[in-house]
Design a protein around this ligand. Sequence first.
Ligand code: NAD
Length: 249
Amino acid sequence: MLLEGKVAVISGAAGPRGIGMATARLFAEHGARVAILDLDRTAPAATAAALGGAYRGYACDVSSRQDSQQAIAAVLDAFGKVDILVNNAGVTQPRQIMQVEPEDYEFVLDVNLRGTLYLSQAVIPHMRARRQGSIACTSSVSAQRGGGIFGGPHYSAAKAGILGLAKAMARELGADNIRVNCVTPGLIQTDITGDKLTDAMKAEIASGIPLGRLGTPLDVARAMLFLASDLSAYVTGATIDVNGGMLIH
Ligand code: NAD
């Protein structure tokens, strides 16, 4: 039990096959109480209620500062504290550079990068007051290798922006004993690619991965558990690759 007595907030965690839900379940197995934040259309409150007493769900569009602040206020009301934030909510789109329209840029940058900023800003005052906290942010191998897997250049830019944002937060918040780190997943089998990634494309990608398979949501959740728990007490500003060796650098 690595998270006994801890309270974790995880954004984008209501999807049954997503990384967020896998992280929520693993954290609860390790003794945490978990607040699941997600878009209203995913019914986060009902989803959390169905998972059991350790979970609560809140509708929150992380690209809205007001939603982010209201959701964290509601979590504090219910649980009394927040020890861990996992910025997991994200969206992607396959595009080539000349196809990125202003609305594509806004959609992808707003959810991934602005959302990471807003939800972090919503918990930081509370974490600062308690002089403790762990914030784990979800970047992508796309940030490191310039995409080329599924998401377009605006997705790579958003995820690279998260790396910089997280490192800057780590630097600024270290004095408050708040750690901030990133995970850079490779290709993980979830619904994020919709039906646009065919089995043939997946097999082709897997053939170039040293560990010989695509990732699972649990693979990423386990890295999140490390970053959330005291196992990583002296780790901040770090980036953990969870990509099967797809990018070794
Ligand atoms: P997913 O689509 O299953 O999960 C994303 C979740 O975010 C969904 O539940 C969705 O409803 C939620 N969401 C979308 N917009 C939101 C918003 N504005 N506010 C709050 N919630 C919102 O995808 P996933 O693969 O589990 O992705 C989780 C994270 O991992 C994302 O940040 C994604 O970019 C990142 N990632 C995924 C992969 C992969 O291969 N699956 C690789 C690298 C990084």
